[in-house]
Structures are given as structure tokens and as C-alpha cells.
Design a protein around this ligand. Structure first.
Ligand code: ZN
Length: 182
């Protein structure tokens, strides 16, 4: 008797550390448009004195925008008001479904542990982030939360799309803030 073939399993995630940029052909024209929209949202956040992070959730195949978010932590005095949280909640309301398997989330900065957890809970089908966050990133830098095989949903992030522009907006924001007198 031959043994049963092993179950199909995902390859194990690499150890935490900087995520290598994805190949350019990993991204569609829609992905590029959506990251540009996320960058616009990040700039709007900066104009309100918020750390500039922007996020768009869209239907992967049609490209229909379902949710947009820009960081509002200061404005709302809400530690959970990250761009990804706002965009995911808006998208789920628009769909009338908390499951976002058919959606892509594009965000200008690598998600933190809270947002990475929400991305798993919302079953987001595709995840794209631009700039890595070596201080708080949970999708490569400090951990690979969205790839943990013990969780019931996994999404391997695509990275590097418009990374320079998205990181530049953050650098400019922090430089201007440091230059301000206390
Ligand atoms: Zn976050």
C-alpha cells in the first residue's frame, strides 16, 4: 500500500526581515492607479497634521474602489484610526459583507500588527504595501503576521510598488515636524 500523498501546504514563510520588493510584473495597471490614489490620501493626511499613510481597498478584478482611508489618529483622538482600518470598514460596509476575499488592499506603508491582524480577520485576498516600516511593520519587518500558517487566512504581501514616493512623503512630514519649534 502506498501512503497518502501529503496535503497541499503553502511553503513556510521566510523569517521576519525586510521583504524583498516584488517583481514589477506582479502588479497590474489597476494596482498602480490604486497606489497612486493611496498616496494622494497620504498627502491629504499630512495636510491635516497626520502621519501620512493612505489606503485603498478595491475589487481585485473590476478595480472598483470600495474603501478609502487616510490616517486620522490625531483628528479623531483614536489610536485605531489607521488608514487600513478605515478603508477596510468602509469596504465591508459597501459590500455588505465582512469577508474581503475578492479585494485587494493597497497601502503606502507596511501595516502594523493591529492592521495586519485586521487584514487576516477580514480575509483580504491581496495585500500590497509600498514602503517598509522597520519600526512597526508586521508584514515582513518585525514579523510576518499575514503569512502565519496557524491562522485561518493567509496573504503573502506584494511590496515595493511606488515605495520611494510613499517613503518620501513620510520623510518630508517628519522633517517638517522636527523643524517646528516646540
Ligand atoms: Zn496600523
Amino acid at each position: 500500500m502506498t501512503p497518502d500523498p501529503p496535503d497541499q501546504v503553502d511553503p513556510p514563510p521566510a523569517p521576519a526581515g525586510p521583504q524583498p520588493p516584488s517583481a514589477p510584473d506582479a502588479f497590474t495597471g489597476t494596482d498602480r492607479q490604486m497606489m497612486a490614489l493611496a498616496l494622494d490620501l497620504a498627502r491629504q493626511a499630512a495636510a491635516m497634521g497626520e502621519v501620512p499613510v493612505g489606503c485603498v481597498v478595491y475589487h481585485t478584478h473590476s478595480g472598483q474602489v470600495l474603501g478609502r482611508g487616510a490616517n486620522r489618529r490625531q483628528t479623531d483622538a483614536d489610536p485605531a484610526a489607521h488608514a487600513e482600518v478605515l478603508a477596510i470598514r468602509q469596504a465591508a460596509r459597501a459590500l455588505g459583507d465582512w469577508r474581503l476575499n475578492d479585494c485587494t488592499l493597497a497601502v503606502t506603508l507596511e501595516p502594523c500588527p493591529m492592521c495586519a491582524g485586521l487584514i487576516v480577520n477580514a480575509r483580504v485576498g491581496r495585500l500590497i504595501y509600498a514602503a517598509a516600516d522597520p519600526k512597526a511593520g508586521a508584514c515582513g519587518s518585525l514579523m510576518r503576521l499575514t503569512e502565519d500558517p496557524r491562522l485561518n487566512h493567509r496573504v503573502r504581501p506584494l511590496t515595493g510598488l511606488m515605495a520611494d514616493q510613499c517613503a518620501q512623503v513620510l520623510r518630508e512630514f517628519f522633517r517638517a515636524r522636527r523643524a517646528q519649534p516646540d
